[in-house]
Design a binder for this molecule. Sequence first.
Ligand code: FAD
Length: 478
Amino acid sequence: MSSDTTKAFRVLIVGGGPVGLALGIMFAKSDIDFLILEQHSAIISDSGASITLWPHGTLNADGSVRDESAIFEWLEEQVLYDALGPENQSKVRTGVGLQDIEVGDNDVRVRLSDGSVETGSIVIGSDGIHSATREVMRRLAGKGKNGKNGKDEKIDKSGKNVKDGKNDKMDENSNNNNTNNYSECNSDDDNDDALITTFQCLYGTVWPPPEDLDIPDGGVFFESRSSGYTTQLIRWENGVHIGLFKRIPEPTRARRTFFTPAEIEAYETEFADIHVTPKVTAGELLARAHELERNQAEQRQQQKIQEGGQQEQEQADQPIPQGTWLRLVQQPEGFATRWQLGGRIVLVGDSAIQVTSAAGLGLNVSLQSAVLLVNKLHATVSEAKDGHPDTKALERALGEYEATGRSESAAAAAMSGRMIRGNVWETWSSWFAAEWLVPWVFGYRNVMRKAGRDIASRGRTLNCGRKTERQGSIPWVN
Ligand SMILES: Cc1cc2nc3c(=O)[nH]c(=O)nc-3n(C[C@H](O)[C@H](O)[C@H](O)COP(=O)(O)OP(=O)(O)OC[C@H]3O[C@@H](n4cnc5c(N)ncnc54)[C@H](O)[C@@H]3O)c2cc1C
């Protein structure tokens, strides 16, 4: 392949999740051409995790309240899609999944599930936890001159990256019937995606909120803690969002994308008596959720019959049914082995960084590295003669992005890891920190204020954007 310098530098973004959409907005502001490629037929769906900002209130598993606060904002994909503006929404292609990437001397070609091919200057994989881009990178690295197969890195409790070879036990109950190769259960050392799973989470939305259950409105966030389990709940106008987290007995590198109904039922049973609000147990809420799921499925079926099956295709494309839904997932932790390959393929978001959702930091962290990446690319493209940086310049820019992104994300990943381990009382010291030191010695609000202050004030801004003039009591560092 040869470079066509009459065409603008063009970024192909694989994945139209929150990070992919945010990248699109930032590239538009940076005057860099882009195209977002999303495998699902719709960008906006009801399937997403509830993205909130912390701090939060907590309660114990027995239902007694520790602290309460209502300081949350929701981030919805709709907000990001709207922010792209009509002029850029045409730069989103849906219903096209990445199949393969071919790297040329000066450009990249992306082969898609509908048989089409897109050409660009660089590919960004923002395609989430089971990233196909990451898998292609692994394969290309194995065949290419950098052909050593690396292992993913795990963040230890102190934020250091550690090699981990002992937690590679294949989950015996694995029953993965997902046909996507990238998400198959895999535990060999050849696997570039050796993220460690210590926690699972059943999360979802119960909609409409069951009025007979005492679930306070207005964005109050509840969290329960007990040995091996922690729960989170928030009620908003778009439903009751829950997360039921469990520490699994044996950490594993095996990846699961599918759990059998029997496994899900067993998981739910373990939470039956654990409180999700002071007056409601997980068992009570899940019973209502299943009732709603059944009713809503029947309603959809009726509607389908009435409309002569017209909606069948549309609904088949929906990743998750609308209304009430629950999903059991692994929540691995760690960083992908490599974030970039040869200056032409780069990862950002969940494809590169995995933390559990307990601290609500995953997207926050990813957005920071996304800004970093856009700034690096903007500078490199601006400096290049004719706006086409060569592979060497791109490799340097992406290398710098990776080095800075890794070190900046490590602190947040470690904080996230400490938080969930405290919530499930993993060790005596984590129990002591979570139950006594933080609430009674330092104070929740002080800890949150300190952590929030550091994180917020260091928030990155687009170099090419207009800096905000507004200042509060906490000055911006960047
Ligand atoms: C229960 C829960 C609660 C959470 N709460 C918070 C929170 O409060 N705060 C916070 O900051 N973070 C939170 N997170 C984390 C946050 O959801 C993720 O960090 C964020 O969604 C990552 O965005 P992403 O765009 O990188 O990946 P994703 O959201 O996974 O999006 C990836 C996109 O890529 C598409 N895709 C995948 N494969 C392909 C392919 N081959 N070709 C084309 N497209 C593809 C997918 O369809 C999807 O649209 C939470 C996560 C969970 C599970």
